[in-house]
Design a protein around this ligand. Sequence first.
Ligand code: T3D
Length: 257
Amino acid sequence: MTVLVEKHPGYRQLSLNRPDRLNALNTEMFHALMAALAEAEADRECRAILLTGAGRGFCAGQDLADVAVKDDGPPDLKAVLERYNALVRKLRSIEMPVVCAVNGVAAGANLALTCDIVLAARSASFIQAFSRIGLIPDCGGTWFLPRLVGAARARALAILAEPLPAERAAEWGLIWQAVDDDKLMEAAHALTARLAKQATVGIALTKRALDAAETNDLDAQLDLERDLQDELGHTPDYAEGVRAFIEKRPANFTGRR
Ligand code: T3D
């Protein structure tokens, strides 16, 4: 099993599982991950996802053994990238929060940056490994990096391919938090369980609005906010949220439309 799925109340943990290869991605893992995400989406009880890696690494990017240049010519990187693009689009648009617990080295690293909230073990590091093998950052790397850390840092990370320790990644805004190694999974589970009880549709539309803001001008974004807010105003979770506030009690959200 290249992806392990654990069901928890309200959420699922998906663990990349090729630890002897630092969870390098191959075709089988891609299909397993896409299937696990589709199953999570189809499960009405599942309202959040926790993504992590088995073993000492989070992910070492593409399995390079599968894309080596052979005697009969170069590999079909276009086909490989089509798969990655589908994965990035799915993680960005999936209608629930995705927490990433980076348990060790993330080389390539952009799969992690695709997720909504990224926690990392203090000993973990982020490496835009691509320039070491003559490639550009993919999986949205050239889009995420400058937006998260600014142009100067993005360029240096992409061109130098030096490891960025988790703590500095948090200081730079690449990720949400660095956590002591032995507390990482406890913190990631607590956060994901908390998110699984929030107003899921509101979170889904927040994701959509923030992504749209990357290309919208203010007018378009104001219109989008109006429309999404109108949609949310019709959800049971909005009714419950306001009722709970007025009644001075915790809200009991269902995550339903
Ligand atoms: O998230 C995304 O962005 C996904 C995007 C993917 C697209 C990409 O193409 S990313 C670029 C491809 N990835 C790389 O270039 C990283 C290659 N790996 C490394 O540079 C190093 O392994 C690390 C810096 C990640 C870790 O170094 P270290 O010393 O801790 O471990 P190691 O000894 O190098 O690796 C352990 C084993 O995993 C080793 O196998 P062995 O010798 O014990 O049999 C190594 O060959 C294997 N491994 C690591 N990375 C890959 C890999 N095998 C295949 N493909 C790999 N990418």
